[in-house]
Write a protein that binds this ligand. Structure first.
Ligand SMILES: Nc1ncnc2c1ncn2[C@@H]1O[C@H](COP(=O)(O)OP(=O)(O)OP(=O)(O)O)[C@@H](O)[C@H]1O
Length: 315
């Protein structure tokens, strides 16, 4: 599908993206056995209006949990979350429902969780737009035009349960943007799709984001998907561990100075390793194991970014 077709959601126009600010966000789940699972343990993160970010990280690192908190689906156990000027972590259910139905769209993992399986494509869009006023609905882009935009012109009256995985995911995306959200959140929108469908869905997400200026956050395990985003945020152990911006990778210093080593170094420097951290210059630190040779001042970047300094026998 060519991205030269601009999409305008009628009078809702181009709503523009909304910024996100997380301060010390903590989230606990209480299990059936009565234990607490700490899913997030102090997330500090700012996303600018209109930014596109991919959340990465190992299974269980808290990506999906963070997405549901940003979408107002769950409230954090502690900490603050702002969408624009609204502190959604403080809002009551009624206000959150309003935000969910109008300003933020969340595509949950698995397209069927976002769709009514026994309804048609057109009916699903109508359902997604239920919270809009009748005037807004009248002025919004026609459902058939929206479905054409996502390549489903021939599936307008087709029932979801008879659609392919790629078609369902494109319909879920159409439903998600049908209200002109300022923030689009998508949890693994391309998992279980063929490469062709994956590329199509990602192209559409970026294309619709261009059309609406929407802020976009996507959780993904797929490097090919992450590579299409100008910014990546890697979750580790319930915190933001690293960030990638325009191809450069950065470790993020967390609360109380916590630093996660990049994965390839974490294997060489396992948990419990004793290290010495010495400031070398204003913007450089040397991380070394006891007995490691202290690199000369002005050592390579490699030394200062946490790579193991050469091991030498102190004798
Ligand atoms: N409903 C729940 N009840 C109890 N624990 C939960 C619940 N949902 C998530 N968790 C736990 O919270 C932690 C974070 O889970 P989360 O699903 O946010 O991680 P994730 O990075 O999205 O993982 P994945 O990539 O596997 O989807 C994990 O330890 C998980 O087991």
């Amino acid at each position: 599908m060519g991205s030269d077709v601009r999409y305008d959601i009628g009078e809702l126009g181009r709503p523009g993206g909304i910024g996100i600010r997380c301060q010390g966000v903590v989230h606990l789940y209480r299990t059936f056995e009565g234990h607490d699972v700490v899913a997030l343990q102090g997330v500090d993160l700012t996303i600018e209006p209109g930014e596109r970010v991919a959340f990465l990280g190992p299974s269980g690192s808290g990506k999906s949990t963070l997405l549901t908190l940003l979408g107002g689906i769950q409230k954090p156990s502690a900490g603050r979350i702002f969408l624009g000027d609204d502190e959604i972590s403080r809002l009551g259910e009624r206000s959150l429902a309003k935000i969910r139905s109008r300003r933020v769209s969340t595509m949950l993992q698995g397209s069927t969780r976002n769709l009514l399986p026994y309804a048609t494509a057109r009916q699903n869009i109508a359902f997604a737009r239920l919270a809009m006023t009748s005037a807004e609905r009248r002025n919004a882009v026609l459902d058939v035009d929206l479905l054409r935009r996502v390549g489903l012109a021939d599936q307008v009256d087709q029932v979801v349960s008879t659609m392919s995985g790629g078609q369902r995911q494109r319909l879920a995306l159409a439903c998600a943007v049908s209200t002109g959200p300022q923030l689009l959140l998508a949890d693994e929108p391309t998992s279980q799709l063929s490469h062709e469908d994956r590329d199509h869905v990602i192209e559409l997400i970026h294309g619709l984001g261009d059309d609406l200026d929407t802020t976009i956050v996507v959780v993904t395990h797929q490097p090919e998907v992450a590579a299409t985003f100008p910014r990546t945020v890697t979750m580790k152990g319930g915190r933001v561990g690293a960030e990638g911006r325009d191809g450069a990778e950065y470790v993020v210093i967390g609360a109380e100075g916590v630093v996660h080593l990049p994965t390839h170094l974490a294997e060489q420097w396992p948990q419990g390793t004793l290290v010495r951290i010495e400031p070398e210059e204003m913007d450089r630190l040397v991380v070394s194991r006891p007995g490691a040779r202290t690199p000369a001042v002005g050592g390579t970047d490699t030394d200062t970014r946490g790579h193991a300094a050469p091991q030498e026998d102190p004798a």
